[in-house]
Write a protein that binds this ligand. Structure first.
Ligand SMILES: [Zn+2]
Length: 541
C-alpha cells in the first residue's frame, strides 16, 4: 500500500471556491480509499492570496515535502490550482517532487504518470493559468473603467462609507457621519502650518473617534500623511493615464485646499505662523517672556515646599540682578491677561477698523467676481463645444478616434478651468469668514488666551506679540505688536486725515509697496483667523 500525505490549503478567495476544508478532506480521503492509498497525515495550510504569494506557496510545499521525505510516496492535493498557478510552475514543482521520489495526485482531477494522465495534467494546469490571467485582466479593466466613470471601485477611505443600494453594484461613497469632520479638521489644521503630521496624529488619536462600523480609528503619522495626500477628499481620482478625473462623490474639501496641502507637504509654501515653539504645557510664558533687566528669557519650574507643589517663572541668568527671583505662575499669567486687555483696541476703534477693512475687501471681492464671471463664460463656451462634438459624433459625422481625442482635450481644458474657478471661490469665501473670525479674536484676545489650552495659548501670544514680551517684575511691555493690533491703533490715531484718502496704509508703513503691504496684511489676518478656528476646535474637544 502506498503511503500518502494529504496536503490541503484553505482558499482565501471564498467567491471562487466555496468548498470547505472538511469537504476537501473528505474528497481527498475518499480518493485515497478508492486508489488503495494509506493516509499517513493530513496537513492543513493557511490561506495565502494565490496571486501574490505564488512563490511562497510553492516553497512552503517543497519544504514540507523535504521534511517528510521517506515517510510517504504520494502527495494528494484537492485541486491543482491550489499550489501552482502557472503551467511552468506546475511542471517545475512536479519535477522537484519526483527528485524526492514523491508523486503528485489530485483528488478532483485525473493525473498520473501515464501519457493520458500527463496530458490531462498539462491541460488542467494550462486552463488554470489561463483562467487566472483572464480574471486578473478583467478585474483591472473593470477598476479603470469605474474610475473613469467617477466611481470608486475600492474600499472607501476614512471619512466615507458605501451604503448598500439595492440593484446598484457600485453605489456612491457617502460621508461617514461619525468621522468626516475629523478629515476636514486634519486638512484645516495642517494648512495652518502650525501642526506637524506627528502632532496631528496625536491630536486625532486622543479623540478616540469611531467610524460608521463603530471601529475606533487609529491615527498614526503615516496614516495622516496618507490622508493628506489623498485627492479623493477633494472629489478627485487618478485614472489609468495618471490624470485627475472628477469623482461622483461629494468632496469633503475644496480642490484649492487640497492643493495647498500638497504645496505644504512639498514645503513649497510656508505659513507665517509656522514656528518651532518651546512647548511646555505648564509654562506657556516661558521663553516668550524676557527679563527686562538682562533681556534673557524667563524659564519656569515646579518646586515643592510647605507640603505642596508650586509653579514659578524666573530669570535664569546668573549674572542678572533678578536671578532666581521667582514669580508665581498664577500671578504672572494673570498679569499677562490684564496686559492683553490693556493692549486690546477699544471697541470704537475696532468698528472703525472694520469699516476700512471691509471697504478694501469688498473691492477685492469685486475683482474676484469679475474674474470669476469671465472664467465661467470660458467654461460655458468649452461645454458648448463639447455638446456640439458629441452631437456630431452621434450622427457619425466625425470618426470615432478623432472624436475621442478631441473630447479628451476638451475635458482636460474644462477641468483646468474649473480648478482655477474653485480657487477663486475659495478666496472669496475665505475673506468673509476670515474677517469675522479675526474680529472676534481681536475683541476678546485676553479671554481667548486665558481659557485656551497650552498649545493654542502659545500660538495666540506669538501672534499678538511676534517678538515676545518683557517683564520687569511688576509690568509687561513689548517691542512689537502684531499687525492687526497695530493697524487698529494706528488707524484710530489717524482716523480724521490719512485713512480717508489712503485707505489702509498707515503712515508707519508708508515705505512699503502697496501690494506687498496688502499681502502681508492679509496673511496676518489669515493667521489670526486660522488660529481662531483652532480655538473653536479646542473648545469643542
Ligand atoms: Zn534677568
Amino acid at each position: 500500500m502506498k503511503k500518502v500525505i494529504i496536503y490541503l490549503r484553505t482558499s482565501s478567495d471564498r467567491q471562487l471556491d466555496n468548498t470547505s476544508l472538511s469537504t476537501q478532506e473528505d474528497i481527498c480521503r475518499n480518493y485515497c480509499r478508492t486508489e488503495g492509498f494509506e493516509v499517513v497525515e493530513c496537513s492543513v495550510n493557511e490561506a495565502v492570496s494565490a496571486k501574490e504569494t505564488n512563490e511562497k506557496r510553492v516553497i512552503e510545499l517543497l519544504d514540507f515535502a523535504k521534511e517528510m521525505q521517506g515517510k510517504f510516496e504520494v502527495l494528494v492535493v484537492y485541486k491543482l490550482d491550489r499550489f501552482a498557478r502557472s503551467q511552468e510552475q506546475h511542471h517545475w514543482l512536479r519535477g522537484q517532487l519526483l527528485k524526492l521520489s514523491i508523486v503528485l495526485r489530485s483528488a478532483s482531477e485525473r493525473i498520473d504518470e501515464t501519457p493520458s494522465g500527463k496530458l490531462v495534467e498539462g491541460v488542467m494546469a494550462a486552463v488554470n493559468e489561463y483562467d487566472n490571467a483572464i480574471r486578473r485582466e478583467r478585474s483591472i479593466i473593470g477598476v479603470w473603467k469605474r474610475i473613469s466613470d467617477g466611481l470608486w471601485p475600492k474600499q472607501p477611505p476614512t471619512g466615507y462609507w458605501r451604503p448598500k443600494v439595492p440593484g446598484v453594484r457600485l453605489s456612491l461613497c457617502e460621508w461617514d457621519e461619525n468621522c468626516y469632520q475629523a478629515i476636514i479638521d486634519i486638512f484645516t489644521f495642517f494648512n495652518t502650518g502650525a501642526y506637524t503630521q506627528d502632532q496631528l496624529a496625536k491630536l486625532m488619536a486622543e479623540k478616540k473617534l469611531k467610524d460608521y462600523k463603530s471601529v475606533t480609528l487609529k491615527f498614526s503619522k503615516q496614516y495622516i500623511s496618507k490622508i493628506l495626500k489623498n485627492p479623493f477628499y477633494a472629489g478627485l481620482m487618478v485614472n489609468q493615464e495618471g490624470n485627475f478625473v472628477q469623482g461622483k462623490h461629494k468632496p469633503l474639501i475644496t480642490i484649492a485646499t487640497w492643493e495647498k496641502t500638497q504645496d505644504l507637504l512639498k514645503s513649497k509654501s510656508n505659513n507665517a505662523t509656522h514656528k518651532r515653539l518651546y512647548n511646555h504645557p505648564d509654562f506657556t510664558l516661558r521663553r516668550f517672556t524676557k527679563c527686562s533687566f538682562c533681556d534673557k528669557p524667563f524659564t519656569g519650574c515646579w518646586s515643592s515646599g510647605n507640603g505642596g507643589k508650586y509653579a514659578h517663572y524666573y530669570c535664569a541668568n546668573p549674572k542678572c540682578e533678578r536671578y532666581c527671583q521667582t514669580i508665581p505662575k498664577k500671578e504672572l499669567e494673570e498679569k499677562f491677561c490684564d496686559y492683553l486687555k490693556k493692549i486690546k483696541p477699544k471697541e470704537e476703534f475696532i468698528v472703525f477698523f472694520e469699516k476700512v477693512f471691509i471697504t478694501r475687501y469688498e473691492e477685492r471681492i469685486h475683482e474676484i467676481k469679475g474674474d470669476y464671471l469671465r472664467k465661467m463664460d470660458d467654461i460655458k463656451e468649452l461645454e458648448k463645444e463639447q455638446a456640439w462634438l458629441i452631437e456630431k459624433g452621434q450622427k457619425g459625422v466625425i470618426p470615432d478616434d478623432l472624436l475621442e481625442k478631441q473630447l479628451k482635450d476638451l475635458e482636460q481644458k474644462i477641468t483646468l478651468s474649473k480648478f482655477s474657478l474653485t480657487d477663486m471661490h475659495a478666496e472669496e469665501v475665505s475673506i468673509d469668514s476670515l474677517l469675522s473670525y479675526a474680529y472676534a479674536f481681536i475683541r476678546t484676545a485676553d479671554l481667548v488666551w486665558y481659557d485656551s489650552l497650552s498649545d493654542a495659548r502659545l500660538k495666540y501670544q506669538r501672534l499678538i506679540f511676534p517678538d515676545g514680551v518683557s517683564f520687569d517684575g511688576r509690568e509687561f511691555s513689548n517691542q512689537r505688536l502684531a499687525l492687526p493690533f497695530n493697524l487698529i491703533t494706528d488707524i484710530a490715531a489717524k482716523k480724521s486725515t490719512v485713512v480717508r484718502t489712503r485707505g489702509l496704509e498707515p503712515p508707519t508703513l508708508a515705505g512699503y509697496a502697496p501690494q506687498a503691504y496688502a499681502y502681508t496684511k492679509f496673511r496676518h489676518v489669515r493667521a489670526v483667523c486660522l488660529l481662531y478656528q483652532t480655538r473653536t476646535y479646542f473648545q469643542n474637544k
